[in-house]
Ligand binder design. Structure first.
Ligand code: VG1
Ligand code: CO
Length: 543
């Protein structure tokens, strides 16, 4: 048993994106690739020397190998104790929960979330700080800077830890505790929601269909929904985490959760349909033949939060990422609490949650969460909806349409153009930015531009400024188009176009989304010259 110092050289391109460093598995398999990044974390966060680390991932291909490597490097870098999920598993929200509960120094989460897995798929690694949330940009920037100067890393040569068995082990002088990945998280959920009411609802014969998409939410969903809440066996499908997610994109949206959509359109569909993503931090909520937009889901949660035990005293505020629809803003106004608009990515919510300025947060990308952890949380969101159904006796469709009748409806859609040439995508964004100054006052049919800018965020807690977070064009009639490039992809560039239109008149609320947005879609395409510049006639994904 010896600790070695291995000579290495900086590897270019190890810059974390919206949520950690994501690359093809084959890139991570290159010599020193993972080790360099992990050593850069240890060098950037000196408190880990003598500290406690939480470690786990979504079980995708390379998870097991990476966990063993990181354990050996943690031991060599002076970590005193590591809590690692059994099998190397921890969902992203569960990792956040465990970091907080055991007052860990930080956590390393292995996931590429909604990106496909397998030997030819994607892998990812992310560092979370002691509040349980993703490291803020000043830390991820410092980690990246370190990768560019790194010349050596430290690692133990001790044998692998048997991750399949819960228990305590030692690696050099470091304690490794292999913990139940579900237990702490399930206990936390019980404190938040009315489990008795949900249990009674299932006992009355109500049904749910949860598609874990062969990803990490499966063990959590099975234990909580079927085990603790009495949902019928078989409620959770695709509940075994697979290294390649069965060959699918573990991305809960209408483009990838097609089985769920089909089942929820059948005449005998259950009351609630739901799905989660690779690392179980996203959620998709579906009623009978009825899709809930994630932006609406956030607004509805805020409007009904007082019905949930943990939030019955009221919420302190709401936060949403900039591209997320402004439905939550209207609810915050009615509740007389602030609504914060942040850049895309959960790391921007951490300060607001820590400061008690926001209780609920959400993103249009099927993510929502609260101050219970510092990550978005898929199973939590499904429990929130179950709790609402159980205590109101209403249907998903009923809750949403009543919400629209009260607040109006924000028609919303996101159009993604994937695997674009990086140069073309950057030029498209640059062209949009060049037009910004002259856009206000221009009209496109009935759509007149009120304001256009490149979104920048000033964090009200630590005063940091984050610029260039997406081009937004606001129209006088309340419509909005946002353009940004994805920061999670591993192939070329992905252009996301976010479209939003407010309709206050309930008589119009049954119009299909793409039909309602048709004119805005054409304007958005023309403004950015999407077809001309990319050669694409249609988006790859409509969410
Ligand atoms: C996407 C989503 C963003 C989300 C991020 C991580 O980022 O748009 O809202 O926070 O993924 O989610 P981007 O940069 O590709 O648009 V997860 O569940 O993939 O960790
Ligand atoms: Co995710």
């Amino acid at each position: 048993m010896t600790v070695s110092t291995i000579t290495t050289a900086p590897i270019p391109g190890q810059k974390p994106g919206t949520s950690g460093l994501r690359k093809k598995v084959t890139v991570f398999q290159q010599a020193h690739y993972l080790e360099n990044f992990v050593q850069s974390i240890f060098d950037t966060v000196p408190e880990l020397n003598g500290g406690v680390l939480v470690l786990g991932g979504d079980g995708r291909y390379y998870n097991r190998v990476a966990v063993q490597t990181i354990l050996k490097m943690a031991a060599a870098n002076g970590v005193v104790r590591v809590l690692v999920g059994q099998g190397g598993f921890l969902s992203t929200p569960a990792a956040s929960c465990v970091i907080r509960k055991y007052h860990a120094t930080g956590g390393i989460i292995l996931s590429a979330s909604h990106n496909p897995g397998g030997a030819d798929g994607d892998f990812g690694i992310k560092y979370n700080i002691d509040n349980g949330g993703p490291a803020p940009e000043k830390i991820t920037d410092a980690i990246y800077a370190r990768t560019q100067a790194l010349l050596e890393y430290r690692i133990s040569d001790q044998a692998n830890i048997p991750l399949e068995k819960k228990g305590s082990y030692t690696l050099e002088s470091m304690l490794v505790e292999v913990i139940d990945p579900v237990a702490d998280y399930a206990e936390l959920m019980q404190k938040i929601f009315d489990f008795d009411a949900i249990r009674a609802w299932f006992a009355q014969g109500h049904r749910m269909h949860f598609d874990a998409m062969s990803a990490i939410s499966g063990p959590y969903a099975k234990q909580i929904f079927e085990g603790m809440l009495g949902a019928a066996p078989g409620t959770v499908v695709n509940g075994e985490p697979l290294e390649d997610f069965g060959g699918h994109h573990p991305d809960p949206n209408p483009a990838h959760a097609t089985d769920l959509i089909r089942i929820m359109a059948l005449p005998d569909a259950p009351e609630l349909g739901a799905a989660s993503d690779g690392d179980a931090d996203r959620n998709m909520i579906v009623g009978r033949n009825f899709l809930v937009s994630p932006s609406d889901s956030l607004a509805i949660m805020a409007a009904n939060a007082a019905l949930i035990p943990a939030y019955k005293a009221g919420i302190s505020g709401v936060a949403r990422s900039m591209p997320t629809s402004r439905a939550a803003d209207l609810v915050a106004k009615a509740l007389d609490v602030p609504c914060y608009e942040t850049p895309t990515g959960w790391k921007f919510f951490g300060n607001l949650l820590d400061a008690g300025r926001a209780t609920l947060c959400g993103e249009e990308s099927y993510g929502s969460g609260s101050n219970h952890v510092r990550e978005k949380d898929g199973v939590w969101a499904v429990l929130f909806w179950l709790n609402l159904l159980a205590i109101t006796g209403k249907s998903v469709n009923g809750i949403v349409t009543e919400h629209w009748a009260r607040f109006g409806r924000h028609y919303y859609s996101r159009h993604d153009y994937e695997a674009l040439d990086v140069g073309i995508a950057n030029a498209l964004m640059a062209h949009l930015r060049e037009q910004l100054a002259g856009l206000a006052g221009q009209c496109f049919g009935a759509y007149c531009v009120a304001m256009a800018d490149d979104f920048a965020y000033d964090d009200p807690v630590d005063g940091s400024r984050t610029a260039n977070q997406g081009v937004r064009v606001l129209f006088e009639n309340g419509a909005r188009v946002v353009y940004r490039l994805s920061g999670t992809g591993t192939e070329g560039a992905t252009l996301r176009v976010y479209l939003e239109l407010f309709e206050g008149n309930s008589a119009q609320h049954a119009v299909p989304v793409q039909e309602m947005l048709a004119e805005l879609i054409v304007i958005a395409g023309d403004l950015a010259q999407i077809a001309m510049r990319t050669g694409r006639k249609e988006p790859d994904v409509i969410a």
